[in-house]
Every structure is written in structure tokens, then in C-alpha cells.
Design a binder for this molecule. Structure first.
Ligand SMILES: *Cc1c(COP(=O)(O)O)cnc(C)c1O
Length: 375
């Protein structure tokens, strides 16, 4: 059996090697390392894929979130509502900009921010909501947009884990995750569903003025060459990374299907097990399974992870400490937030390997290993 990894990028690369190598070679020979043609072309192709007016590439997903908040003109002291049950970057950039992260609990089924709990967290200082489509499950965007519109708040979707996922609204229209709020942000970190071979990220918006502001902030606040109107950052997608993304974007739906097949097999194997809760799929969300995350009961989770490791099955805890319990936010009094669902799920979740290259032998071995421990 081929050794099992959380994400198997080597075997994925082997299948697209000739295209990637040829594209990279061309960049090396042209020396157009910064803003080469593939960067613009990829932006256009991603716009078409997402059905959005503007894609602005940047250096990584964390930058995308920071640039979104800067472009939106958020000011020190403004409050931003976000889940604590997320990768740290979401909340970190809020604090970095001297904004205040206000953590709201998650829905125990979807792992996404609970829209019914947002309103109670709104104060006169609240300016934005940052929902996170965690593990590839798309948040209940209608409910979030309703609260946001009522209180005139900006919605910045953290779509780092759900690119290619969709949301079907009450209007019956299906839209791509990241294109429903005012700004969408994503990451092309290698292990993401659409990953490059280094760092990369992007922002999406349908708003022309916002797009212009985002482009300016991402490029040293520059409005015309060497004229700088606002304090910005330097955040670009490398040409070499754009080459990789241009090869992989046409394969994204295929990659998502491969992940969903693995998820279906796990679901079938673990259904009705008394100690296991398999991931929920809300009818409005087309889940892209960036992670396959179980909740497990009455188990010493560390011992279970160690047992799986012994069997050659990697497993991860995403995330062992929620944002509001991180030392980073001590100054914000964040540990005083009462987030019982977040606290509980943090102790129960475990993510199994899921990727585009999983074969039947590996899948069988993972399932057998899990079930041989949780009898
Ligand atoms: C990966 C990730 C980010 C950050 O992306 P980078 O490209 O690593 O900076 C932000 N939010 C979430 C939810 C992520 O999973």
C-alpha cells in the first residue's frame, strides 16, 4: 500500500507534471517572475469559474483577509464578528489592524458561525462579519446576509477552505462560496482544495469601487505609478504560482468530486456508530470536504491518534485550541467569551486523511483502523 498522507501532493503532481514543468520552464526563460502573463490570465479564469466580476490575486490567504479589512476602511476599535472555531489567521488579522475580534459560537452540526447568535453580539462599534466556511461546508449565507443588511455590516467570507463549494439560497439561486458576501477571501496554500506550490491567495468582489480599493491596498496604496494614496501592503501572487493554479483550476471540480467520494465512503462506514458523528451536510451547502472531520465520544483522543499513527494512518486535530483561548488574544479579554459549542467540539473533533489521490486500499485500511479501535 502506498503510504497514507493527510494530503498527497506528490501523486497529484505526477499526473500534471508535464503541464506544470512546461509552464514553469517558460517563466524561467522569460524571467517574468512578477506580474507575468499567467497572473492576469489566472485572475480572469478564476473570475469566470466563480461567476464574479473581480478577482484580485495576492500573496496568501492571511493577506487577503487583511487587505479586505484595510480596503473596507475599518478603523482601530471597530468590532468584527467571527467564529473562534477557525484557523487563527481569521482572528489574527483583526487584532493586527487594532480591530476587536468578537467571537460568536458555531452551529454544532455545520461547524460554521451560528447566525442566530450574531445579533446579540452586535454593538454600535460592529462594522463587519467574517464567516468561515470551515472544512469546506458553506455557512448559511442567507441568514448571515439578513443580519448584516439589517445592521448595515460588511460581510467578508473566509473561503480558504471552501473554494468550489456552493450555496443555494432561499431564492433558489446557487452561487459559489466566497461570492455572496461583499468580499470573499481565499488561500492557495498547497494543501487547500486549489493549492499552488508555495503561498498564494486572492480576494473576490462584485463591487467595482471595492475592487479598485483592494487593488490599491494590495499594491502599496498606489493609485498611479509612484503615487500612493493610502497606506497599503505589498502582496502579489508569483508568476510561477499562477502557472500551477492555471493548470489546477480546470481540475478543481474533479478534485472536489474525488474528495466527496472519500467522504461518502467514510460516511457509509461510520454511519450509526455510537461513538462517531459523521460530518453534516446542510441542504443549502455543496460541501467540498477540505477536511473530513468526525466528532468522537468517550475516547481518549490522543491515544486514538497515536494508535492510528502506529497503523500508518495520519489524523489531525483542527484545531486543538480555539482562537478565544489563545494567549494572543489575552489583551482583548477573549477568554471571557462564552462559547460552549466551540469549547465542546474542540475536545471531540478529529480529521482523517482526505485528498484527490486516495485509493481503495488506503481507504479500506483507514476505515478498518478506525473501527478496530472504536469497537
Ligand atoms: C489557510 C487558511 C487561512 C490562511 O491562508 P494562508 O494562505 O495560509 O495565509 C485563513 N483562513 C482559513 C480558514 C484557512 O484555512
Amino acid at each position: 500500500m502506498v503510504p497514507i498522507q493527510m494530503v498527497d501532493l506528490k501523486r497529484q503532481y505526477a499526473k500534471i507534471k508535464s503541464q506544470i514543468d512546461a509552464g514553469m520552464q517558460e517563466v524561467l526563460e522569460s524571467a517574468a517572475f512578477i506580474n507575468g502573463a499567467p497572473v492576469q490570465l489566472f485572475g480572469k479564469e478564476l473570475e469566470a469559474y466563480l461567476g464574479i466580476k473581480h478577482v484580485i490575486n495576492c500573496a496568501n490567504g492571511t493577506d487577503a483577509l487583511q487587505i479586505a479589512m484595510m480596503a473596507a476602511g475599518l478603523q482601530p476599535g471597530d468590532e468584527v464578528i467571527t467564529p473562534s472555531f477557525t484557523f487563527i489567521a481569521t482572528a489574527e488579522v483583526i487584532a493586527l489592524l487594532n480591530l476587536k475580534p468578537v467571537f460568536v459560537d458555531i452551529d454544532p452540526q455545520t461547524y460554521c458561525i451560528d447566525p442566530t447568535k450574531i445579533e446579540a453580539a452586535i454593538t454600535p462599534k460592529t462594522k463587519a462579519i467574517v464567516p468561515v466556511h470551515l472544512y469546506g461546508h458553506v455557512c448559511d449565507m442567507d441568514a448571515i446576509m439578513e443580519v448584516a443588511n439589517k445592521h448595515n455590516l460588511l460581510v467578508i467570507e473566509d473561503n480558504a477552505q471552501a473554494i468550489g463549494g456552493t450555496y443555494t439560497g432561499k431564492d433558489g439561486v446557487t452561487r459559489k462560496a466566497g461570492t455572496i458576501g461583499h468580499i470573499g477571501c481565499t488561500s492557495f496554500f498547497p494543501s487547500k482544495n486549489l493549492g499552488c506550490y508555495g503561498d498564494g491567495g486572492a480576494l473576490f468582489t462584485n463591487d467595482d469601487a471595492m475592487a479598485a480599493q483592494i487593488r490599491m491596498v494590495a499594491n502599496h496604496g498606489q493609485s498611479a505609478r509612484y503615487y500612493h494614496d493610502v497606506v497599503g501592503v505589498n502582496s502579489r501572487l508569483d508568476t510561477l504560482q499562477a502557472v500551477v493554479l492555471r493548470v489546477k483550476l480546470p481540475l478543481l471540480d474533479e478534485y472536489i468530486n474525488a474528495r466527496r467520494k472519500v467522504a461518502d465512503a467514510y460516511d457509509a462506514a461510520f454511519a450509526n456508530h455510537p461513538q462517531i458523528t459523521t460530518p453534516f451536510r446542510a441542504p443549502y451547502s455543496y460541501h467540498v470536504f477540505h477536511q473530513y472531520t468526525l466528532q468522537i465520544e468517550n475516547v481518549d483522543r490522543n491515544a486514538f491518534v497515536a494508535y492510528l499513527a502506529e497503523k500508518g494512518v495520519p489524523a489531525m486535530i483542527y484545531y486543538p485550541v480555539p482562537a478565544h483561548k489563545q494567549k494572543m488574544f489575552a489583551a482583548f479579554g477573549s477568554d471571557e467569551f462564552n462559547l460552549p459549542i466551540t469549547d465542546e467540539l474542540t475536545t471531540k473533533v478529529i480529521s482523517l486523511p482526505i485528498h484527490t489521490e486516495m485509493d481503495d486500499d488506503q481507504l479500506r485500511h483507514i476505515i478498518e483502523s478506525v473501527l478496530s479501535y472504536l469497537k
